[in-house]
Design a protein around this ligand. Structure first.
Ligand code: UDP
Ligand code: MG
Length: 134
């Protein structure tokens, strides 16, 4: 059984979309194995988004991600990492397709409602970061 780290971002909670998004995850056949509400800070975001810290838009990502609580989840199931990335949808707004979570609910690249680990290695690091260590 594979597991992945999913985070419902502040806009998902502010827009009251958590229930709909969790339903999509469960409809796919995955299990919510653990969940916790967190308030992220810049330090943990510099780790979590280390591949983006040098981008000009990094301060905007931090402002967005600390703008309210997030719901971090451990999602389990067959091929959970790739399967979740498929139902989440593409990173860039111009590539997003309808039928995905981002395609159906987000309207720009930044405020895209949901994070999903991009590999099994990232998933384990992120589960450690958001569940074991805090
Ligand atoms: N992001 C952004 N502009 C970009 C790329 C990313 O605002 O050009 C934000 C967006 O919220 C994205 C997050 O930074 O979800 C992390 O980017 P990543 O490339 O890891 O995309 P993801 O794995 O979330 O699809
Ligand atoms: Mg990513």
């Amino acid at each position: 059984m594979e597991r992945t780290c999913i985070i419902l971002k502040p806009d998902a909670l502010k827009r009251r979309l958590a229930g709909k998004i969790i339903s999509r995850i469960e409809d796919k056949g995955y299990i919510i194995a653990d969940a916790r509400m967190l308030r992220l800070d810049e330090a943990i975001l510099r780790e979590h988004y280390s591949h983006l810290v040098d981008k000009p838009f990094f301060p905007d990502i931090v402002a967005y991600m600390v703008s309210g609580p997030v719901l971090a989840m451990i999602v389990e199931g067959e091929n959970a990492v790739l399967g979740m990335r498929q139902i989440i949808g593409a990173t860039h707004f111009e590539d997003v397709t309808a039928g995905t979570i981002r395609g159906d609910y987000a309207f720009n690249t930044e405020q895209n409602l949901i994070h999903g680990s991009d590999s099994k290695e990232s998933a384990e690091l992120e589960i450690e970061r958001f569940f074991a260590r805090r």
